[in-house]
Write a new protein. Structure first.
Length: 318
């Protein structure tokens, strides 16, 4: 996918939850924004919009704030500890306290003050370099707990008094012994924590304090039995229709699944995107727009789910 189109898709995805897609998709047009217009890099890894309307953009060449008119660029200065920790930004995250979290390629993470433009690094209590610099996920539950997942390694939780992420602050039983976590989704409706791992699916129920997984499912969660023996699971997401979306990566390539929690039946199984995307693609995240349309995006793709045909189709772009 061309860099400029990829940047345009990121802008589209930022506004996706607020769109009511009543028009045909073909009527939406993407605007290209590049370094010529002030973007710090043509490679954008993450974007968020804050409550004041500013767009925050994480690139390979620094952090930027965009107000629909001009950019302000923030870069690392090795002589100033209050500048961002690196210029190569992996992802941005705004928590319920309006903190702007910035995660970097070098494994560092911290909060960037959106008003005085100062960065405060948080300690991370793991020493495995490959885990620190590998794929990570930041999420928050409805209790305000901010959690940092290190794929295929562990889960850590942030303690604001100590300003650190550590396993010792975890309030969630995130995996059975020997399992390696790949991601997590907090379900606000049930307050359950859904965990994807190398050995399948697990669900922690804080009310019963049970960790449910294959061959140990005391809360009788239907998705546990239906996903048994599928192998490594990624990209968990629960939509407003109470459907669980996820992907797996068997030897023949990526496959998409959807489990209906209301009927305890699989709606989509072993769905491939290879025909729609004949080039390299790597789906990473599901998201739902305000009208209930489910989207899937990642490296090299932006696609929506057709409810009638039970297929994903590429979003049209000029």
């Amino acid at each position: 996918m061309p860099l400029l189109l990829r940047i345009s898709l990121y802008f589209f995805l930022m506004f996706l939850p607020g769109l009511v897609l009543a028009q045909p998709l073909q009527q939406y047009h993407f605007s290209n924004i590049s370094a010529r217009e002030g973007l710090a890099s043509n490679h954008v890894n993450s974007m968020v919009q804050d409550d004041e309307g500013y767009m925050w953009i994480g690139t390979l060449n620094g952090l930027q704030r965009y107000d629909d008119n001009r950019y302000i660029t923030f870069r690392h200065n090795p002589t100033d500890s209050e500048t961002i920790a690196d210029n190569h930004i992996i992802f941005l995250f705004l928590d319920s306290r309006k903190n702007l979290w910035v995660s970097f390629y070098n494994g560092k993470i911290g909060i960037f003050d959106r008003h005085d433009f100062k960065f405060k690094e948080a300690r991370v209590g793991i020493t495995n370099y490959h885990a620190l610099t590998g794929e990570r996920q930041l999420l928050e539950d409805k209790y305000g707990n901010v959690m940092l997942v290190f794929r295929n390694y562990t889960l850590t939780t942030y303690n604001s008094l100590l300003n650190e992420f550590s396993e010792k602050h975890n309030r969630v039983k995130f995996a059975p012994p020997g399992w390696k976590i790949t991601g997590m989704f907090f379900d606000k409706a049930s307050s359950n924590y859904w965990i994807s791992a190398d050995s399948g699916l697990a669900v922690y129920n804080p009310k019963s304090r049970h960790l449910n997984y294959q061959h140990h499912n005391p809360d009788h969660i239907g998705a546990i039995d239906s996903t048994a023996f599928l192998g490594i699971i990624f990209s968990l997401y629960i939509d407003s229709k109470r459907r669980l979306w996820f992907s797996i990566w068997p030897e023949e390539g990526l496959r998409i699944y959807c489990f209906d929690m209301a009927t305890s039946k699989m709606l989509v199984t072993r769905l491939s995107l290879d025909a729609q995307f004949p080039y390299y693609h790597e789906p990473r995240h599901f998201v739902e727009s305000s009208n209930g349309m489910v989207w899937l995006y990642g490296t090299g793709l932006l696609t929506y789910f057709d409810e009638k045909r039970k297929e994903f189709y590429p979003a049209a772009a000029d």
